[in-house]
Design a protein around this ligand. Structure first.
Ligand code: PLP
Length: 393
C-alpha cells in the first residue's frame, strides 16, 4: 500500500538509529557504552510511585477530562506561580501525554498549510518534523557557537516574514545546554510582540541548572509576553518520569481550548495513573529533584574537563540539561574521517561508545553526548574516545 506523503517525508530520528545499532552490537556481546540517552538514569522518586499505585487501588482507573485532572492542573498552576511567578487560570492549562505530544498538538492547533515556524539551530530533533506534520514550514536560523548557540535580535528580525506564526525557544537547550538570560529573552520577546509571533517556550530542562545558572521563563517577563507565549513543561526530566508521559502547556485560553479539543479525539486524556503520579511530583517533597540535579552537575564538571583534553575537541560548558555538545570538526580531520557521521560510526564500532551525530540537530560539526549515565561509565567512555583519537592521529 502507498503510504501517506506526510509520513514518507518524515526524517527518521538519528538518536534512535544510533541507539538501535548500539543495541544490536550489545546483543552480539560487545561492551558498548551508550551516551545517546535522552532520559535521567534515576528511578522515579518512591513517593510518586506510591501515590500512583494507591490511586489505582482507590479506584482512579477511569477516563479523566481531556485537559487533565483539575487537581493536577491546580498543582501545575501552583508550581508555575511558585517557580515562575506567573498566574494561570485553569482554562489556560492543558495536560497531555508528555511534552512531546503537547508540542505536536500545539502545532496541529496553530498551523495552517505554509505557515512558518522559526526553529533555531541546533534544535531538538522533533520540532522540525512536528511543524512539517502540521503543514508548516520550519525556518532554520543558526545559533552561532560564538554566541553560545543563541539567536541575536538581528537574526530573528531577518527571519520573520508575513507567514511567520511562531518561534521555538528551548532554554535550557537540548542539545547545547545553553540558557537564554533575562535580557536576551526580553529582546526576543520585544521582536515577537512587534511582529505578533507566538513564542513556544520549551522549558522541560528547567530544573537541571549548573554553575549557579538561573532559569527565566519568557512568559514571566510581562503580561503581554505571558499572552504571547505557550509555555511547555512536564515531569519527565525534572522528576525522572520519562516513561509516565505527562507534560503540559500553559497559555492563551483559545489555543489551550483548541489543543484540548484535538486531544479529546486522539488520546482522550493522559494516562490517569500517571496524572496521579504527577500530582504527587508537584505537591510532594522536591529534595530528590535537587539530588538528581547535583549528581548531574558533578558528572558534568568531571566529564567536561576530560572531554576538552582530547585533541581536536572543543566544547562550551553547558549551563543546563544533561548533554555535552562538543565541536569535533578538528578531531574528524585529525583522524582522517570524511564526516562526523563516519567518525561517529567508527567510535561505535571500534571504541564501543555510542554518541549522536550533530547532523540530527542541524549542526554537522558536532556530536551529542548524554551524561545521564553513571560517572564510572562516563569516565571510561571519554577515555575510550581519547584513546581512539590518539591512535588514529
Ligand atoms: N523537549 C525537549 C527539548 C526534549 O529534549 C524532550 C525529550 O527529550 C521533550 C521536549 C519531550 O519530553 P516528554 O518526555 O515530556 O515528552
Amino acid at each position: 500500500m502507498k503510504l501517506a506523503s506526510r509520513v514518507q517525508a518524515l526524517t527518521p530520528s538519528s538518536t534512535l538509529a544510533i541507539t538501535a545499532k548500539a543495541k544490536e552490537l550489545k546483543a552480539q556481546g560487545h561492551d558498548i557504552i551508550g551516551l545517546g540517552a535522552g532520559e535521567p538514569d534515576f528511578n522515579t522518586p518512591k513517593h510518586i510511585i506510591d501515590a500512583a499505585y494507591n490511586s489505582m487501588l482507590e479506584g482512579h482507573t477511569k477516563y479523566t477530562p481531556s485537559a487533565g485532572l483539575p487537581k493536577l492542573k491546580e498543582e501545575i498552576a501552583a508550581k508555575l506561580k511558585r517557580d515562575q511567578g506567573i498566574n494561570y487560570q485553569m482554562s489556560e492549562i492543558m495536560v497531555g501525554s508528555g511534552a512531546k505530544h503537547v508540542l505536536y498538538t500545539l502545532f496541529q492547533a496553530i498551523l495552517d498549510e505554509g505557515d512558518e515556524v522559526i526553529v533555531p539551530i541546533p534544535y531538538w530533533v522533533s520540532y522540525p518534523e512536528q511543524v512539517k506534520l502540521a503543514g508548516g514550514i520550519p525556518v532554520y536560523v543558526e545559533g552561532k557557537e560564538e554566541n553560545d548557540f543563541k539567536l541575536t535580535r538581528e537574526q530573528l528580525e531577518e527571519s520573520i516574514t508575513a507567514k511567520t506564526k511562531a518561534i521555538v525557544i528551548n532554554s535550557p537547550s537540548n542539545p547545547t545546554g545553553m540558557i537564554y538570560s533575562e535580557e536576551e529573552l526580553r529582546t526576543i520577546g520585544e521582536v515577537c510582540l512587534e511582529n505578533d509571533v507566538l513564542i513556544v517556550s520549551d522549558e522541560i530542562y528547567e530544573k537541571l541548572l549548573y554553575g549557579g545558572a538561573v532559569h527565566v521563563s519568557i512568559a514571566s517577563l510581562s503580561p503581554e509576553l505571558k499572552q504571547q507565549t505557550i509555555l511547555i513543561n512536564g515531569v519527565s526530566k525534572s522528576h525522572s518520569m520519562t516513561g509516565w508521559r505527562i507534560g503540559y502547556a500553559a497559555g492563551e485560553e483559545a489555543i489551550i481550548k483548541a489543543m484540548t479539543n484535538l486531544a479529546s479525539h486522539s488520546t482522550s486524556n493522559p494516562t490517569t495513573t500517571a496524572q496521579y503520579g504527577a500530582i504527587a511530583a508537584y505537591s510532594g517533597p522536591q529534595d530528590e529533584v535537587e539530588q538528581m540535579r547535583a549528581a548531574f552537575e558533578e558528572r558534568l564538571n568531571i566529564i567536561h574537563q576530560k572531554l576538552v583534553e582530547i585533541p581536536g575537541i572543543t566544547c562550551l560548558k553547558p549551563q543546563g540539561a544533561f548533554y555535552l555538545f562538543p565541536n569535533v570538526k578538528k578531531a574528524v580531520e585529525l583522524t582522517g574521517y570524511h564526516s562526523v557521521d563516519s567518525f561517529v560510526e567508527a567510535l561505535l564500532e571500534e571504541a564501543l561508545v555510542a554518541v549522536v551525530p550533530g547532523s540530527g540537530f542541524g549542526a554537522d560539526d558536532y556530536i551529542r553526548l548524554s551524561y545521564a549515565t553513571s560517572l564510572d561509565q562516563l569516565k571510561t567512555a571519554v577515555e575510550r574516545i581519547h584513546k581512539f583519537v590518539n591512535a588514529k592521529m
